[in-house]
Ligand binder design. Structure first.
Ligand SMILES: C[S@@+](CC[C@H](N)C(=O)[O-])C[C@H]1O[C@@H](n2cnc3c(N)ncnc32)[C@H](O)[C@@H]1O
Length: 268
């Protein structure tokens, strides 16, 4: 029995996720972003269903917490450190093909945001890092200090939807070297200016953009989505809360329709 660990992340849309996974007795499920295991625990806890779950994540710290939380479920839970960009290989090698449901809960976790030295937060001082997994090569420091001004502007515009992306990129290049999250947040804030008082920090969009670029999030998503279709038992459930919401909204407004196209668009 491992010592108790603090759990930082609260899973989103939990009832909706369980509802759309429609868990069946003896089913095999893959949580591609298991994090600290919030969704995974709920899938395994479904009363008397005897499900199996493969939990994948790049973040070893999160996996250690998931391991501690799921250990009561014995051999029904399998954890794998890796990217859902390699979903098919991970699912096959762990005996989860065909799967009865696949879940992706995209984005950054509270554990990652609240740990200053992971470098995800503009309000906590840490070295610029932003990697989901320690085995990844490129850090936010590499990108912020090494990327051309033009490429930075494209990242910030495309992944952060920052209208002042060119101005932000120019300010970053002029202020190099930038070592910490707080330094970067200050440079971006001065470039963006206060604008309307929306309550959103002026560096929010740029931090999101750099995180997406560092982790090649859209490239991995594209690979993961294609492989999810391959590993699922025919006619089974693919569940990503964001994807579900986008697909639902896709039928409601033209604006969301564009979001859907962008989600599927090949990155740079
Ligand atoms: C919003 S959190 C998931 C939280 C989780 N559902 C829970 O209940 O604790 C997103 C997770 O996705 C992971 N992640 C991001 N990109 C990934 C990738 N390509 N492959 C595997 N995991 C990834 C992050 O490390 C993070 O732990």
């Amino acid at each position: 029995m491992q010592p108790a660990r603090e759990v930082r992340h609260t899973p989103v849309l939990l009832p909706e996720v369980l509802d759309s996974l429609d868990i069946r007795s003896g089913g095999a499920y893959i949580d591609c972003t298991v994090g600290e295991g919030g969704h995974a625990l709920a899938v395994l806890d479904e009363p008397a269903k005897d499900t199996r779950l493969l939990g994948i994540d790049l973040d070893r710290d999160a996996l250690e917490t998931a391991c501690w939380r799921l250990e009561g479920h014995g051999g029904r839970a399998v954890l794998a450190e890796g990217s859902f960009g390699d979903l098919q290989e991970l699912a096959t090698s762990n005996g989860f093909v065909p799967a009865d449901g696949v879940l992706l809960d995209l984005g950054v976790s509270s554990l990652q945001l609240e740990t200053a030295q992971r470098g995800f937060s503009f309000s906590r001082s840490g070295r610029l890092d932003m990697r989901f997994g320690a085995s990844q090569q490129t850090t936010a420091h590499d990108l912020v200090n090494g990327e051309t001004e033009q490429r930075l502007a494209i990242h910030i515009y495309k992944y952060g939807e920052e209208r002042k992306s060119r101005r932000v990129a120019r300010a970053i290049v002029a202020a190099r070297p930038i070592e910490t999250t707080i330094e970067l947040a200050e440079v971006v804030s001065s470039a963006v200016g206060r604008g309307r008082r929306t309550g959103v920090h002026p560096a929010t969009r740029t931090f999101q953009a750099i995180r997406i670029a560092v982790n090649e999030e859209l490239q991995n998503l594209e690979r993961g989505l294609a492989q999810a279709v391959e590993v699922l038992r025919p006619h089974e459930v693919f569940d990503d809360p964001v994807f579900q919401r986008v697909v639902r909204d896709h039928h409601q407004t033209p604006r969301r329709c564009q979001d859907f196209d962008r989600l599927r668009q090949a990155p740079l």
